[in-house]
Write a protein that binds this ligand. Structure first.
Ligand code: ADP
Length: 487
């Protein structure tokens, strides 16, 4: 990896505007999942350092809150510009530590930056209300204020975008933040902090605590009363645990957790579009996103046509080093992820699924799993109930609309769902019947900074992106003002 700006690669944590080591100088290695090589070692911070980061964020809060939204937006705009100016370096760093193909990394840098641009502007519109009074002489107002110090715990699959979509709305309305990035991908988080510093975001407003001991640092972030809100993206079990821990101080919570996305193709769908949507939804980031199609339901009348075209498209995917041009699918993030994919494919095959493509590790790299197509999947298989988080597409055949809605909703998760079809009445019915926070209709790509991203059921709550996403970082204060006289 060669960087035009070597300072994009930082190997110290960022607390109170300073680049720090762990108290005991402990570090942990960050590896390239394709080569296995160590890219850098970063500080393994413990509870004491996390507390200092919280203290820094708490100390920085009043001054940041008291700036105007326009002043904050001007600084954030610089941060946005810097991300785009360093798009190639950030993409190279992301591919090195996360493994996704360079084109996807470049796309994520732009997508991640778009939250900063969008929320910087939206911060100016955190309006309140003047409410017609219930009593003569009194005036009633509702104002919106920043919730306070925010903790953000983020995953490895989108090492930049999952941070900016929490940090950008928080900073825009005047909150300060402590970020704890995933241990597999701390370098992108530190690069973001470096660019934030360059943009003039004041010390303490944004802090990045790197650690290989997530539970220890998580304990501080969920128990410290100075933290008023926790925004978490990750697995459902971890989200439940953090919710329990945060109950002690009743923190505001946004939880973006696991999914089990259905992707439904009705008989009247346009096959080419449905295949393109399934490819985008299933194979982006090698299948490692929480909105990836996890179960592909295809109606009997279009089944053969769809499967033939889908299979051809999957067979064309090129696996390999994300840094090499032309790669569609890079390595999985780590050995545990690879073993999970292997276990789930084996389970499906043992229970009668037909392995049409792939189904094994690829010789192209240690953590690469071949793009896989499973036909004849059914509800007895683990893959019907659990996120596979890898390049594996199980196809289920169905007959009626009622049947597929029941199957699609038969899961504790409710993040994203997709369907393809042309009948307008059915589009309405199905969109309303799917118990999901997001529904893609004739598209497999739904993520954008301008739309509300989030789930229902055990996929969590809270929304990220859009004007709804800023609400998660605001609290409403009611002012009842008497002694004014008649209106
Ligand atoms: P994944 O399956 O994506 O690794 P996790 O929920 O384990 O999902 O991880 C998402 C984020 O949550 C990461 O930043 C990880 O370090 C963090 N995390 C995991 N366990 C805890 C915990 N007990 N307390 C705080 N953070 C945690």
């Amino acid at each position: 990896m060669t960087l035009r700006e070597p300072r994009i690669l930082q190997d110290r944590a960022y607390v109170n505007g300073e680049w720090i080591a762990a108290d005991d100088d402990a570090t942990f290695p960050v590896r390239n999942p394709y080569t296995g090589a160590v890219i850098a070692s970063v500080p393994d911070l413990g509870a004491a350092a996390a507390e200092r980061a919280v203290a820094a964020a708490a100390a920085a809060f009043p001054a940041w809150r008291d700036r105007t939204a326009g002043e904050r937006a001007t600084i954030m705009r610089k941060w946005f510009d810097l991300l785009l100016a360093h798009q190639d370096d950030l993409a190279a760093l992301m591919t090195a530590e996360q493994g996704k193909p360079l084109t996807e990394s470049r796309g994520e840098v732009a997508y991640g930056a778009s939250f900063i641009e969008w929320f910087a502007e939206e911060g100016r519109r955190a309006y309140g209300d003047v409410i017609p009074t219930h009593r003569s002489g009194t005036r009633i107002l509702a104002i919106r204020q920043p919730v306070g110090v925010v903790a953000a715990i983020t995953p490895w699959n989108f090492p930049i975008a999952m941070i900016t979509r929490k940090v950008a709305p928080a900073l825009a309305v005047g909150c300060t933040v402590v970020v704890k990035p995933a241990e597999d991908t701390p370098l992108c988080a530190l690069a973001l902090a470096y660019l934030a510093q360059e943009a003039g975001i004041p010390p303490g407003v944004l802090n990045v605590v790197t650690t290989n001991r997530p539970a220890e640092v998580g304990g501080v972030l969920t128990h410290d009363p100075r933290i008023r809100k926790l925004s978490f993206t990750g697995s459902t079990p971890t989200g439940k645990e953090l919710m329990k821990q945060a109950s002690g101080t009743l923190k505001r919570l946004s939880l973006e957790l696991g999914g089990n996305a259905p992707f439904i193709v009705f008989d009247d769908a346009e096959v080419e579009g449905a295949v393109a949507g399934a490819m985008a939804s299933k194979y982006r980031n090698g299948g490692q996103t929480c909105v990836c199609a996890n179960r592909i339901f295809v109606q009997a009348g279009i089944y053969d046509k769809f499967v033939a075209a889908f299979s051809r498209a999957i067979a064309e995917l090129r696996v390999g080093d994300g840094a090499a041009s032309g790669t569609d699918i890079g390595p999985l993030i780590n050995t545990a992820a690879l073993e999970k994919v292997e276990r789930m494919v084996q389970d499906a095959v043992d229970k009668g699924a037909e392995l049409a493509l792939g189904g094994r590790r690829s010789p192209a790299g240690e953590l690469i799993y071949e793009p896989t197509l499973l036909l004849g999947a059914d509800a007895s298989m683990d893959i019907a109930h659990e996120e596979v988080f890898g390049p594996v597409a199980p196809v289920f055949r169905f007959t009626t609309e009622e049947e597929v809605i029941a199957q699609a909703n038969d899961t504790p998760y409710g993040l994203a769902a997709y369907f393809y079809g042309r009948d307008h009445a059915r589009i309405w019915r199905v969109a309303e019947a799917l118990e999901y926070g997001m529904v893609g209709i004739n598209t497999g790509m739904i993520s954008t900074a301008v739309a509300p991203f989030g789930g229902v059921k055990e996929s969590g709550f809270g929304r990220e992106g859009s004007r709804y996403g800023i609400e998660d970082f605001l609290t409403i204060k009611y002012l009842c003002w008497d002694g004014i006289g008649a209106p």
